[in-house]
Design a protein around this ligand. Structure first.
Ligand code: PBG
Length: 324
């Protein structure tokens, strides 16, 4: 049977009908808001490359997090920058580091908020690479040992979820072992499993002051041309103990999200990265796109592709729209 017996437009004729047959929806429950923590006191500094984003010192973060909680958003993802970078990125695992202090402040101000932390060295190493450099190369296994220390220090400060974004081999296993050994078997791991070497991170590099001082990240982040390899990466992270797996960036990699959803049973997260956010902002500012409608269409697209968790700089705006 086909046309004229079947008419697809019957189910699109009214708002009520469309609501009834709508297959996917974004909920505020799905949203994670990234926050940038810097050393110092009394700092709330706008980030020039990212509309509406700020650097907060740990003492200023509680106010922001209360606002986020009031919007119904249940999770934040913290990024740090070092006061002083060094060869091993040692500030990244200092118990008195800005991120560690911010975690404690957030837990005091909004105990229910799920605190996720980015676990990486690129904001802390002189080289700007996500791991340790040995003989002009990013060394895998020694980097994993450092990353495990970072994750453990975040857990000690009270983080609920640690999120390695470095793309070293085996780091999820190292981190799981360190957490369990330290008495933090209840701290979860959200792994940046399929993280691509992407031009869409452009605005973020300004935020974290973390551009590599030599070379690029292609020896550890994935080649944007590859898809089967992403599924192997995800599979390995799940085997090593990842509780949530992430695909990053999001928009140009929806096929990976869909394939991961079909193959794995754990929750899948997407990271709607800085360049994806700023493309919409720039187009809206130029009067080329409707910012709100474009944002909601993109966020719903992530759900349709199979993501449960959406990490996005749009979280606050989306939460406001969803409750209006
Ligand atoms: C650090 C890191 C990056 C992002 C998150 N963690 C930058 C990079 O890998 O170059 C990008 C986030 C964004 O662009 O929004 N490893």
């Amino acid at each position: 049977m086909g046309f004229p017996d079947i008419r697809m437009r019957r189910l699109r004729g009214s708002c009520g009908m469309r609501r009834l047959v709508r297959e996917n929806a974004v909920s505020v429950d799905d949203l994670v808001y990234p926050l940038f923590v810097c050393p110092g006191e009394g700092v709330k500094k706008p980030i020039v490359s990212m509309d509406g984003c700020f650097h907060f010192s740990p003492d200023m973060i509680a106010g922001e997090v209360k606002e986020i909680a009031a919007l119904g958003i249940g999770a934040v993802l913290l990024f740090g920058v070092a006061e002083k970078k060094d060869e091993t990125g040692s500030e990244a695992w200092s118990d008195n580091g800005a991120v560690q202090e911010a975690i404690r402040q957030i837990k005091k101000a909004a105990g229910e908020m799920v605190v996720m932390t980015d676990v990486c060295l690129c904001g802390y190493t002189e080289s700007g690479h996500c791991g340790l450099v040995k003989g002009g190369k990013v060394d895998n296994d020694s980097s994993c040992e450092m990353l495990a220390k970072v994750a453990l220090s975040h857990a000690k400060a009270g983080a609920d979820v640690v999120c390695p974004s470095d793309m070293m081999d085996g780091r999820v296993g190292y981190i799981r072992k360190a957490l369990d050994g330290g008495g933090f078997s209840d701290v979860a791991i959200m792994a940046y499993s399929a993280k691509y070497a992407s031009a869409f991170y452009g605005p973020f590099r300004d935020i974290a002051d973390s551009s590599p001082q030599f070379g690029d990240r292609r020896s550890y982040q994935m080649d944007p041309a590859n898809a089967d390899e992403a599924l192997r990466e995800i599979e390995l992270d799940v085997e090593e103990g990842a509780d949530i797996v992430m695909v990053k960036p999001a928009l140009a990699y929806m096929d990976i999200v869909r394939r991961a959803k079909e193959k794995f049973d754990c929750p899948i997260a997407v990271y709607n990265v800085s360049g994806e956010y700023m493309m919409v902002k720039a187009a809206a500012a130029a009067g080329v796109l409707d910012g709100d409608e474009t944002m909601m269409e993109i966020l719903c697209g992530f759900k349709r592709a199979g993501a449960k968790i959406i990490i996005t700089y749009f979280a606050k705006e989306a939460a406001k729209l969803l409750s209006s």
